[in-house]
Design a protein around this ligand. Structure first.
Ligand SMILES: [Zn+2]
Length: 64
């Protein structure tokens, strides 16, 4: 049933800027190829990764 939806289900905090840790092995930023340790979600179309700080599209986030 789950196709690509592996995020946390309870999201109680969150006005602006929820940070999602990547629990798997280290992913790499598709834009600059740096290791990614976290993804910050600002809005539905506005996410960026840490620590490099590149903005990614939702499609790119899903493929991390
Ligand atoms: Zn980057």
């Amino acid at each position: 049933m789950s196709d690509g939806d592996c995020g946390p289900e309870s999201n109680d905090a969150g006005d602006d800027g929820s940070e999602v840790r990547i629990g798997r092995s280290v992913s790499r930023c598709p834009r600059c190829d740096s290791p990614i340790t976290a993804v910050s979600i600002i809005g539905p179309d506005d996410q960026f990764v840490s620590p490099c700080g590149c903005r990614l599209t939702p499609g790119q986030i899903e493929r991390l």
